[in-house]
Write a protein that binds this ligand. Sequence first.
Ligand code: FES
Length: 224
Amino acid sequence: MENMVNIFLFGKKYAVPANLTIMGAMEYAGYQLVRGCGCRNGFCGACATIYRIAGDRELKVCLACQTKVEDNMYIATLPFFPLVKQVYDVEKISQSEAVMMQLYPEIYACVGCNACTKACTQGLNVMQYIAYAQRGDFEACAEESFDCVMCGVCSSRCPAGISHPQVAMLARRINGKYLAPKTEHLENRVKEIKDGTFEELLEALMQKPVSEMKELYNNREIEK
Ligand code: FES
């Protein structure tokens, strides 16, 4: 008999094997995951989840694909978090801190509570990267937010209504387009791709069975 634990999905009780992730447990319980499930490996941020263990006052957040179930876990998922997403043309955008004031002025209403950092499923210093964005240090903001998976949990806890992942995305775009040093290697490689240098190779690759592709990927040569 497997070691089972009781969990509550959307308020309903289920007994599930203790070694499952929350995502696995939802499927075990019969839920078909149409939204709130993507890569299953902690990269896409689609499976943001909040939970509380019975008797514990703390409300916790996690990625459902990365977190094991616990006994008496009360779980609710956030399959989509409605962030504020401004539309802009990165080709025309200003690179000064004024752009943040125009597009995401709410970042200047940050009260410094640090709830965003405590909520981050990736352990990022979210409040710090917002501070960098406030003063127009896009490079530092891009660096500090680099591992953001845009799950939106930070924003769900923010009393100032900041859409942190979108602010960071803007900083990374400005950094990538205007501030980070250009690599000659990359430009050459893009030109090679455009010139069709790899067409034949790609064509041959696409004919291979998935298992062989995986094998090739796992043993690929990584350029220094
Ligand atoms: S499914 Fe992609 S992060 Fe969990």
